[in-house]
Write a protein that binds this ligand. Structure first.
Ligand code: C5P
Length: 221
């Protein structure tokens, strides 16, 4: 009997959206359900890995045996991810991190007044790029890319620009895959390779992605 494929590996996964607060009752968010990242965490644990899951605001149960850290904003997600980095073999950035956040969070509820309202937004930190450039960088840094056209071009650009080892891209313009649903299809790219994972349940896609991750880790030894 062979040991499980990820036995002895440590994996850090981020999942879900981030919510960026405008005031005590309002926020900017996105439609990420967290299902893909939670499926990756669950499958990695089943494959023998020690898994830490940094989760944005989602209503999903913690996969058995997984250590979960809950966060809300991109800045908090970054802190949680960076402090969990030392000793990880791989980071899988499956969170849909907000790209912009309100420049300030108001301490009181914003009152309506004029006919229009302008919010000033500022860029959030790119957690994935920060992980890839970190002194405690895991050997394998994996990103996700949700695209609506030219999948390979944009995914490969992201792979190089952010200094990643692997990128899992999905075409969110196709019905039935990507955000919110239970199914997904991924094209996985690395420097000199590509593999397509056909449309199926996120649980199966997660296992297939982890088999590629296991293979890449083994190839590095
Ligand atoms: O550049 P883009 O947002 O499309 O890249 C998506 C990938 O980058 C995902 O893996 C996501 O988790 C990560 N990301 C991040 N921090 C951000 C924005 C995206 O870690 N601020």
């Amino acid at each position: 009997l062979r040991p499980p494929r990820l036995a002895g590996r440590r994996l850090l996964v981020s999942a879900g959206p981030t919510f960026e607060d405008i005031d005590p009752v309002r926020f900017l968010g996105n439609r990420s359900s967290g299902k893909m990242g939670f499926a990756v965490a669950d499958a990695a644990r089943r494959m023998g890995a020690e898994v830490t899951l940094v989760a944005g605001p989602v209503s999903l149960p913690t996969p058995p045996g997984v250590t979960r850290v809950d966060v809300r904003r991109a800045a908090q997600m970054r802190e949680a991810v960076l402090s969990a980095l030392p000793g990880q073999d791989a980071y899988v950035g499956a969170a849909a991190v907000a790209d912009y956040a309100p420049a300030e969070t108001l301490p009181q509820k914003l009152k309506k007044s004029g006919e229009s309202l302008t919010l000033t937004l500022v860029r959030t930190p790119d957690i994935l790029a920060d992980v890839a450039a970190h002194p405690a960088r895991p050997r394998l840094v994996v990103g996700f890319a949700a695209e609506t056209s030219d999948l390979e071009t944009y995914a490969r650009d992201k792979l190089h620009r952010k200094g990643l080892d692997l990128i899992a891209a999905n075409d969110v313009s196709r019905p039935g895959q990507g955000f919110e649903g239970d199914d997904n299809a991924l094209s996985v790219f690395w420097r000199d390779g590509r593999r397509d994972l056909a449309l199926g349940p996120k649980t199966r896609i997660a296992t297939d992605l982890l088999l590629i991750i296991a293979e890449r880790l083994e190839a590095m030894e």
